[in-house]
Write a protein that binds this ligand. Structure first.
Ligand code: SAM
Ligand code: SF4
Length: 348
């Protein structure tokens, strides 16, 4: 990756004072989720079909462009940056991007983090920590190797567990994300949470969302977290707490495990009023809402002859069109998804 010099950066993204991103509903945007690839080494059945068609590589932003884009957002007051995908760690030379972005920590950027399936985390954990990453979100839906292979269509649970252990070893704070799936992992959720809390990891449960075509019908496996919580409360004492990681999760303390459990409920509980985030795909398409079709083309801005001015205008446009709330409806999942985009495209 060719490094952007300080001078180039100053030319591209001046002036130095922050011009905050504030949308039409007076929400201050400080969090960017930046997808670096739509590719993945797993095929989680709720996320993508087995025969997923990936983007031609030339459509995907280069590492230099991703870096420039991130700097543009930091110049507009984004303080938290999450690298995601697809699977971010399958992207070649991704370590270089983390190293480059890590240099922005303390210079506007307050947190650099990632969401990963952890299959390749064992080999990256140390360098991520060295780049300044302190926390990592890891997706784990089951601890059963057979179920893992059925769900992700790949036999990789041992690598994932190695990745989680390596992250802990490297001093990274791990949070596990678990999609709650009826008839798949619903009976294992308490065990998974107990295991994670025993390892010192927080867990957040997520409702499956109707994003993109998959092979089956998602509605068959949709499990409202209100039901999950009610079941857990038969055996556990759950106390609502104020803890926030700046996202949509609502947290409880679990008396029996001593750990923290989050619930992300896009379907049963709308969380849009406090939204502080934007998402950019690996092709540079900015989606101001995960659950909306609104879009701004940042790649065109970046590749124009006036990248600074055009990026500025594109970000202002994103603020203008960011909708007040998403309109997911699980009843439209499966055969007729509410939105054609897969989560692996928009970046989870
Ligand atoms: N590959 C990485 C991973 O799995 O952590 C990062 C990208 S993945 C798209 C990000 C998150 O989105 C994962 O936690 C995954 O479980 C979640 N996800 C994918 N499709 C989803 C869907 N339709 N509904 C809810 N969560 C979904
Ligand atoms: Fe890959 Fe993450 Fe989607 Fe699973 S959820 S297929 S790991 S992008």
């Amino acid at each position: 990756m060719t490094e952007i010099t300080t001078r180039q950066r100053d030319v591209l993204f001046q002036p130095p004072e922050v011009r905050p991103l504030v949308d039409g509903f007076q929400r201050r945007i400080s969090y960017l989720r930046l997808s670096v690839t739509d590719r993945c080494d797993l095929r989680c059945s709720y996320c993508m079909p087995e025969q997923m068609t990936f983007l031609p590589r030339k459509e995907v932003l280069s590492l230099e462009e991703l870096h420039q884009l991130a700097l543009g957002f930091i110049a507009r007051g984004v303080t938290k940056l999450r690298i995601t995908g697809g699977e971010p760690l399958v992207r070649r030379d991704i370590g270089d991007l983390f190293t480059a972005l890590g240099r922005e920590l303390g210079r506007g950027l307050e947190e650099l983090t990632l969401t990963t399936n952890a299959t390749q985390l064992a080999k990256h954990a140390d360098s991520l920590a060295k780049a300044g990453v302190r926390r990592v979100n890891i997706s784990l839906d089951t601890l059963d190797p057979v179920r893992f292979e059925e769900l992700s269509r790949r036999n990789r649970l041992p690598q994932v567990l190695d990745g989680i252990a390596a992250a802990k070893e490297a001093g990274l704070k791990v949070k596990l994300n678990t999609v709650a799936l009826k008839d798949i992992n619903e009976h294992e959720i308490a065990d998974l949470v107990s295991w994670a809390h025993g390892q010192g990891h927080d867990v957040t449960l997520i409702e499956v969302m109707p994003l993109g075509e998959v092979d089956g019908d998602r509605i068959d496996h949709y499990l409202p977290l209100t039901d999950v919580r009610a079941k857990l409360e038969r055996h556990w004492g759950l106390t609502d707490i104020d803890h926030s990681t700046g996202g949509p999760a609502r947290y409880v303390d679990v008396a029996e495990t001593g750990g923290r459990l989050g619930f992300i409920t896009p379907l049963t509980g709308n969380f849009c009023s406090g939204c502080n985030r934007l998402r950019v795909t690996a092709t540079g398409q900015l989606y101001p809402c995960l659950g909306g079709g609104e879009r701004v083309d940042l790649r065109a801005a970046l590749r124009s002859d006036q990248p600074e001015a055009n990026l500025e205008a594109a970000l202002n446009e994103a603020m203008r069109i960011k909708p007040e709330r998403h309109h997911f409806d699980i009843s439209e999942a499966g055969q007729a998804p509410h939105l054609p985009r897969h989560m692996s495209m928009t970046g989870g």
